[in-house]
Design a protein around this ligand. Structure first.
Ligand code: ATP
Ligand code: MG
Length: 403
C-alpha cells in the first residue's frame, strides 16, 4: 500500500523577485535541512515555487513536528507523488485520500496543470479523479462548497504531487534573510520572546547576557544557556556572549546616586552590547521591553537610556500586554525555564527606589564622576563566547554546508 512519501512546503505569495527570491528560497531550504538534521534520510529540494521534502522512509509525523517551527513556511502538507500518467494520478489520489487522517465524508478535487504538455485540462481531470474515488470508497460524496477534504493535485513537469489538507506553518521570513540582531537576553520571561519574534522576521540571532558572579550563580547562567538552546530550534545556531558585569556594577553602586543607578546600569549594558554587536558586524539590538511595564520602561526612561547608542533597538514586545507575552512564551517552550528562580544581576546592587523619569542631562552628569570606559573595555575583553546549536566556531560553515 502506498504511503505519504513527501511533504510539500508552501511559503506564500511573496513580493520577492529575482535575486531576493532565490536567496529566500535557498535560506528556507537550508533552515529546513537544519531543522531536520535528526532525520538524515530526508532530502530537501527547491522546486516550482515550493519546497519539497522527500521522506525516503523517515516517519512523516516526526518530520512534521520540527517543521512547524521553521519561519518562512506558510503551510505544509503530506504529499504523494505520481507520474504524469492519468491512471497513476487517479490511483495515487485515491491512496492519498484513504491515508488522510480526519473527517472525510465529503471531498473536492482541485487539480492544477502547470505542465501544459499534459494532455488533459484540469477541469477534465477533476471529475476523472472524483469518480475514481467515489467508485472505490463507501459513503463519500463530492461537495464543492464545504468539503471535509480538499484533494489538491499539482501536475508539474517533474511529476504530479497530491495533497489532502494542510498544516499551518510558523509564518514570518526565513531566519538569515534579514541580517543579524544582538538580543539582550536576561533570564526573564520577556527577552526570549523578543528573540523569538526577531527571528520570526528573518533575523539571525546572537545574544548578550550580563552576569555578576559571585552574586549571580551558576544556576542563573544555566538558565540563560537553556533559553538560548530553545531559541536555536527556531532558526539555527545562536552565539551567546556572557559578559562579566560585577566590577562595573560595583563602581556604579559606589559612585552614582542610588535613584539613578538603574538608569546608568542600563546605559552601561547598552554601551557594552553595542560594542559587542559592532565587533561582530551586527547592525541592530533587541530587548524585551514593553511600554510602561516597569519603571525602567517608561518613555522617559527609554529616551534617556537609548541616548548612548544610535544603533536601532528592536523592541518586539513594546505594545504587548504581559499576558500576551506569557502566552507566546508558553507556546515556544521558554516559559518553564524563565520561571525557574534565580538571582538577576540587575536586582543585586539596586535600590528599591529608582526615578521613573530619568533625564539625559542628569545621567550624563553623574557618569562624568565615573571613569567607566576602562570598565566597559574590560567587560568586553573578558566576555565569554559560546555557540549553541552548532559546533563552536564552525557555525557558519555548518549552515553554509546546508545550502
Ligand atoms: P525580562 O523578562 O526579559 O527579564 P523584564 O520585564 O524583567 O524583562 P527588565 O528587567 O526591565 O525587564 O529588563 C528589560 C530588558 O533588558 C530585558 O527584556 C532584556 O532585554 C534586558 N536585560 C535585563 N537584564 C539583562 C541581563 N542580565 N542580561 C542581558 N539583558 C538584560
Ligand atoms: Mg528581567
Amino acid at each position: 500500500m502506498m504511503e505519504y512519501n513527501h511533504i510539500l512546503v508552501r511559503y506564500g505569495e511573496l513580493a520577492l523577485k529575482g535575486k531576493n527570491r532565490t536567496k529566500f528560497e535557498q535560506t528556507l531550504a537550508r533552515n529546513i535541512r537544519f531543522a531536520l538534521q535528526g532525520h538524515p534520510r530526508t532530502n530537501v529540494k527547491r522546486t516550482f515555487g515550493r519546497t519539497l521534502i522527500e521522506l525516503n522512509g523517515e516517519p512523516l509525523e516526526e518530520v512534521m513536528e520540527p517543521l512547524r517551527h521553521v519561519f518562512g513556511i506558510s503551510s505544509f502538507s503530506p504529499a504523494m507523488r505520481a507520474s504524469n500518467d492519468i491512471e497513476d494520478i487517479k490511483e495515487t489520489a485515491l491512496q492519498a485520500f484513504l491515508h488522510h487522517d480526519g473527517d472525510k465524508q465529503t471531498f473536492k478535487v482541485n487539480a492544477r496543470r502547470s505542465y501544459k504538455p499534459f494532455p488533459i485540462s484540469s477541469q477534465d481531470v477533476n471529475p476523472m479523479i472524483g469518480s475514481h474515488i467515489l467508485k472505490n470508497t463507501e459513503e463519500t460524496f463530492v461537495d464543492v462548497h464545504h468539503p471535509d477534504v480538499e484533494i489538491n493535485v499539482e501536475i508539474r513537469e517533474q511529476g504530479t504531487y497530491i495533497t489532502c489538507g494542510r498544516m499551518e506553518g510558523a509564518g514570518g521570513l526565513p531566519v538569515g534573510t534579514a541580517g543579524s540582531v544582538m538580543l539582550m537576553l536576561s533570564g526573564g520571561i520577556d527577552s526570549p520572546v523578543a528573540g523569538y519574534l526577531s527571528m520570526k522576521r528573518g533575523a539571525e540571532l546572537e545574544a548578550v547576557h550580563f552576569h555578576s558572579p559571585p552574586y549571580t550563580n551558576e544556576r542563573a547562567r544555566k538558565k540563560v544557556e537553556d533559553l538560548t538552546k530553545v531559541l536555536t530550534t527556531f532558526g539555527g545556531p545562536v552565539t551567546l556572549h556572557v559578559v562579566p558585569f560585577t566590577e562595573l556594577q560595583k563602581a556604579i553602586h559606589s559612585s552614582i546616586p542610588s535613584n539613578y543607578s538603574m538608569t546608568i546600569m542600563r546605559r552601561m549594558m547598552l554601551r557594552i552590547t553595542e560594542k559587542i554587536a559592532s565587533d561582530r558586524g551586527v547592525l541592530a539590538l533587541a530587548n524585551g521591553e514593553s511600554l510602561g511595564q516597569v519603571a525602567s520602561q517608561t518613555l522617559e526612561s527609554m529616551y534617556t537610556i537609548n541616548e548612548v547608542t544610535n544603533m536601532p533597538i528592536l523592541r518586539p514586545l513594546v505594545t504587548m500586554d504581559k499576558q500576551e507575552v506569557m502566552d507566546i512564551s508558553e507556546r515556544i517552550g521558554t516559559y518553564s525555564i524563565s520561571i525557574r528562580p534565580y538571582e538577576d544581576c540587575c536586582t543585586i546592587f539596586l535600590p528599591s527606589e529608582s526615578v521613573t523619569r530619568p533625564r539625559r542631562e542628569k545621567a550624563a552628569r553623574f557618569e562624568k564622576g565615573l571613569d567607566f570606559q576602562p570598565y566597559v573595555e574590560e567587560a568586553v575583553a573578558n566576555t565569554e563566547v559560546l555557540t549553541f546549536g552548532g559546533e563552536p566556531g564552525e557555525t557558519e560553515k555548518d549552515m553554509d554546508s546546508l545550502l
